[in-house]
Design a protein around this ligand. Structure first.
Ligand SMILES: *Cc1c(COP(=O)(O)O)cnc(C)c1O
Length: 409
């Protein structure tokens, strides 16, 4: 999955160019930087590769989400519908701009269930935010038509699905705005970083200003002459981080093709077990293949497989999100208790405490049976074969013993 696995001279070279000028900031210092503009170059490369009109780099994927929401005019009291399976960053961004996260069920796509989204719409709903989890994508046609019907914004959290496509377009470029993360474990990395992509110029200009304290970037070489049409923050990426990303984006097709090859090989081995089924991928050709996500028939069998994989020392790289503290509602006690170091707004507090009573059994029924096997770029064919066969043998062993224990009952 992650680009850091193939760290190379290409990244070292880009970073060295920045170190040689000593200009680590993306704005200003025009003559001293000697024509080296890594952040600008990376933004151009993102627009070219992912076919979007505009790209604004940020210091993280979380900052990219926050920036996108601010630029789309989402704020105090507005509700954003999001899935209950994602990384915590999705709701952190919502809370940071004063909006209210409304969490709803996922389905076997491991992303938003469009019917659950429909039921969660209220007069305060402003935006639907699908999260394209684990390399694949949400059912964007269904979500787009809900947005159209109810006049809502569509913001794609595509942080985990760099290079995935839906019906021929890159995820993250289809909604009103979309984001990637370039943190250390994503498909391509900057070390830390993120990007907002959009095809709307006004949204882009607001992103550009917002991430740099509101600077309108119209003052020429003199940053002090820039005006501040509205409030902003500092969510800037540094030239050093952008340099790493610039090397990585040139290699993204190579990473994706290795990923796809290794995914196919591992999935092929798992598919030999009739009791194993796979996540639904709305556009099967568009999966970026960072993970193979698969289901077992019951929670008990899945837990048996997870614990046996652990006992045999081969759980590494296989994720059981249902028990994971960071990716699923079940373990987000800090969220459900509105535990914040500072007081949150009444609207946020009420919405968060309500999560304690909300029924997520439909998502539990999916997540409790799901294992996601991450795909390494470094595997040899033999290693994939060995890995797949070990998993299959554990699955068969657990299936057999569960049959025996049923018979004993
Ligand atoms: C990684 C990630 C983010 C946030 O990215 P950071 O760069 O780590 O802040 C947001 N959403 C999802 C789904 C992620 O996986």
């Amino acid at each position: 999955m992650p680009g850091f696995e193939l760290w190379s001279d290409a990244e070292r070279k880009e970073v060295t160019e920045v170190l040689e000028t000593g200009i680590l900031m993306r704005y200003g210092f025009d003559s001293a930087r000697k024509g080296v503009w890594k952040a600008k170059s990376l933004e151009e490369a993102i627009c070219n590769k992912f076919k979007c009109g505009y790209a604004q780099l940020t210091s993280s994927g979380t900052a990219a989400l926050t920036t996108a929401m601010a630029a789309l005019g989402i704020g105090a009291g507005d509700e954003i519908i999001m899935p209950c399976f994602t990384f915590v960053a999705s709701f952190e961004a919502i809370l940071s701009i004063g909006a209210v996260p409304v969490l709803v069920d996922i389905d076997e796509t491991l992303t938003l269930n469009p019917e659950a989204v429909r039921k969660a719409i209220t007069p305060k709903t402003k935006c639907i935010m699908p999260v394209h989890m684990c390399g694949s994508m949400a059912d964007l046609d269904a979500l787009k038509s809900i947005c159209k019907e109810h006049n809502l914004l569509l913001l794609e959290d595509a942080c985990q699905s760099i290079g995935a496509t839906y019906k021929g377009r890159y995820v993250g470029t289809i909604g009103d705005a979309g984001t990637f993360s370039f943190d250390f474990v994503k498909t391509i990395t900057c070390g830390e970083g993120g990007v907002v992509m959009t095809n709307n110029k006004d949204t882009y200009v607001r992103c550009d200003n917002y991430t740099d304290h509101g600077h309108d970037h119209k003052g020429g070489a003199d940053r002090g002459a820039d005006l501040h049409p509205f409030l902003g923050y500092n969510f800037r990426i540094s030239e050093l981080h952008a340099a790493v990303g610039l090397a990585q984006i040139k290699r993204v097709d190579e990473f994706l093709s290795i990923q796809k090859k290794n995914y196919k090989a591992l999935k092929g081995i798992l598919a030999t077990v009739p009791e194993i089924s796979f996540r639904i991928v709305p556009d099967a050709n568009g999966d970026s293949c960072t993970f193979v996500s698969w289901f077992l028939p019951t929670e008990a069998i899945t837990k048996g497989v997870v614990s046996t994989l652990k006992e045999e020392g081969i759980l590494g790289g296989n994720f059981y999100w249902y028990d994971n503290n960071w990716h699923y509602i079940r373990k987000w006690d800090h969220l459900k208790n509105a535990r914040s170091p500072y007081p949150v707004s009444d609207a946020q507090q009420q919405a968060l405490l309500k999560l304690q009573q909300q029924d997520f059994s439909a998502s539990d029924a999916v997540m409790s049976r799901c294992i996601s096997s991450s795909i390494s770029l470094l595997w040899t064919e033999n290693q994939i074969q060995e890995r797949g066969e070990k998993i299959v043998s554990v699955v068969k062993q657990v299936l057999k013993s569960s049959l025996t224990s049923i018979k004993q009952l």
